[in-house]
Structure formats: structure tokens, C-alpha cells
Design a protein around this ligand. Sequence first.
Ligand code: DMJ
Length: 463
Amino acid sequence: MKRRSFLRATASAAALPLIGAMPKPQAIADQVRAEFLHAWQGYRRFAWGYDEVKPLSGVGSNFFVPAHSFGLSIIEALDTLYLMELDDELHACVEWLRAHVDFDIDGNVQMFEAVIRMVAGFLSGYYATGERFMLDASRELADRLLPCFTKSPSGAPYRFANLHTGAVSDPKSNLAEIGSNILEFGDLSRLTGDPKYLNASMRAYETVIAKRSPLNLLGTNFDVEKGEFIGEDDVAPDEPADSFYEYLWGGWQMLQIAQSRDSYRMLTDAMLKYKVVRIGGRLWFQPVNYRTGAAIRPTQLTELSSFYAELVAKGGNRDIGSAFYDSWTDVLDRYRLIPEVIDYTTLAIVDPAYGMRPEYPNSAFDLWFLTGDDNYRLTAYRYFQALRANCRVANGYTVLTDVRTRPMTPGDHFPAYSFSENFKYLYLMFSGSSDRFDSSTYYFNTEAKVLRGLLRNGKPAWV
Ligand code: DMJ
């Protein structure tokens, strides 16, 4: 693949000059690794063994169940530590998990978050280290979450499972929570030889897709007991529909399931037909009524939807993906970091917080490896500079409550997903392939867990 000059400026790049000269790719990768380590050391020092760290107050907190820690940040960081060759830290994580993994917990755990963060985290941790107990942990947790699927009359999963009793709760779910498990469950079925995991995922998808409108659009919220959509709003590709579509494509790309490919194509064609709008030269995806295709209000999108630039491009619609990415780059350039919610018709801020969200660098990462266009490295580097300038604090990194103030207003939370996502995307974009990462075969889940592409002793770790 031919790569254009690294320093080639684009129209949007010209809008915001870089702070200083653009370093060489490996030098940027080294900077990213140093900043990841700074964030990690904050967790190590103040919250080791807790799910997450509050860097300003210097305490730990738990994510799933208030009285129990799963060591979520440790699980989230495993493959990032491996890729960055932080092997002493990785070893400490492995030993903590070996001593503390326990899923027999009498608490209600959100199935979606547990799958994308922990079932997947243990899978990629297994690939990174070869430690068999991690595969066993991934499987045990999946088994304790499966009642969400098997106890549902429709096959679309409940939102919560009690890991000890197997009781399920909350039938009012949404597309992302229902359809973001085929990568993990498909891989578990492959590794264990037990088809029950993949079968559960497939049935959930079939249940929801069977309820599409004659336009081939889906609603957003779904009652898993009634087996029907709640309301008629279709906010895709925004949350909480986002990764439903991501996993459909992944079912094809990573697992070669033709049914996933065909469903992705059918639903995406409808999205492109009814949802694409161009305003002031920018491309956006408008929310619509899924029965009529008519635009609905409010004209808002969250930062999370920016991931869709890479997905729609990977699915074959590169021009749409690159235009959507450019729209979000304009938001980045206007505010330095992308606020949680904007009005896409004006770029006005609706919610000024920044939750250290990874979706924009996620798109930069995949678009870079897909196209080799230096614009993605240039804009990702600008994002990295803004992240470092505004989210770095003495004890690590933190979310922001307001990107409009100067200085931007810090919150007191390091979301565990940032140990898996933001720094990994940035690092790999600039470090490229190595003896631990094969950029030609990678496939990540929605939480950037590396399910394909890790190399161990020079060989594919997932085979
Ligand atoms: C992450 O947990 C995952 O990327 C998920 O798909 C939705 N978004 C959060 C981070 O914003």
C-alpha cells in the first residue's frame, strides 16, 4: 500500500496548526506509551485491585457491583500492556487475576458491559499471555451470563444477570446491549467446541432483525419479553444502537458468518438511504422514525457515533466513512476535544463533558490501516496532543466536565475503557506491526480487545 508523505496537510488539518513539528511515528508511539504509563501508574498507586481509579481524589471505585471489584482496569489493560511491552506490569496483572478471579458473586451484572470488557478482556489476555486460567475465566463468566439469553422468551437477552443465582432482570433493552456479543461468543464456541455461545448470539440477532420495518430500518429500544421494539425512534449509528451494527460486520469479517454479512448489507443500505444528511458541507446520520424513514428531533449526535466512520468504510462505503470522519474532525478542531453531545446542524454543544471517549481515535486507527491516508495520523496526533494538554493530571488522566472553560474543567474519573482503547489505538497507529502485532490480520471487539492480530513468539496467538 502506498503511503503519502507523513506531513501532507489536508484542508481540515490546515484549519488547526499542530503544536510544534510533527515527530516521527516511532517518537509519537513512545510518547503515547509514556502517557499510558502515567495513567496506569495513577491506577497502580491509588486504586490497585479496584475496578477504576478516581485520580483527583486518589481513591478506587467499582464499576459493576458496588461492594465487589473484578479488577476491571487490570482486565482492560492486559493486551495494551502486552503490546507496549510493559511486561513487569503485565506480570503483576496476571498474578493479581490468578489470585482474585471470582465470578460467584451475588450481584446483578450488566451483561453487555461484562461481555465486551471482561469476557473479551480475558480472551485477549489469554492470547497475550497463553495463561489457560484466563480462557477458563472467560468461559465461566460467559456461562454465568448466558441465562440472560436462555431465560428470555424471545431469545434477545435481558440486560442483567445475577452471577450467583442466575436470576435475570430488566427486559427493556436496546440494540447495542442485545447485539454486541457475537465476536466473544463466536470465539468461545471456536475455542471450546461448544456451540451454545454462538447460537445464543445468532438467535438474539435473528429475533431483532425479524422485527425490521418494510424499509429495513430497526428501532432502538427492544422489549425482550414481548419480542418487539419500544417506540419508533431509530438513532443508529448513535448509541445505544452503535455496536449492534459493528458486530454484524464483525460476524462476517472475523468469523466468516455469511448471514451476518447479508444482514449488515441489508440494514446498512437502508441506513445510507434514509439517514445520511449533508449540512454545510458536512455529512451526518440523522435519527429517523424506523417505520416511515422520516427525520425526527432532536438533531443531536453523541461522540460515540463517530466510531461509525471506520465501520461504514470497512463495510465498503469508504467515501461516506471518510466524510463522516471529517465532520467529527471539524468538531475536534472547534472545541479541541469532542464534547459528549452536539447539535449536528450547527455544531453547538449540547453536553459539554468529555468522558475520555475513544470513538474518534478508533475511527482514525481503522481508517489509517484501511487507507494509508496520512490525514488519519495527522488528526489522531492532534487528538493526542489535546488529550495530553487537557486530561493529564498529577495522578494520571481524567475525564472533563466542561470542554468550554479554559482551562477545561476536570472531572474525577479514569474510565477503565481508556486503558483498553484510546492509548492502544494511538500507539498502534504510530508503532505499526511488530513481533507482537500483525496489522494485516487484526480484529478488535468494540472495547478494542485484540481478538485477532496478537503475535506470541512470532506466531499468531489465536490459532
Ligand atoms: C466503550 O465501552 C465501548 O467502545 C462501547 O462500544 C461503547 N463506548 C464505550 C466508550 O465510550
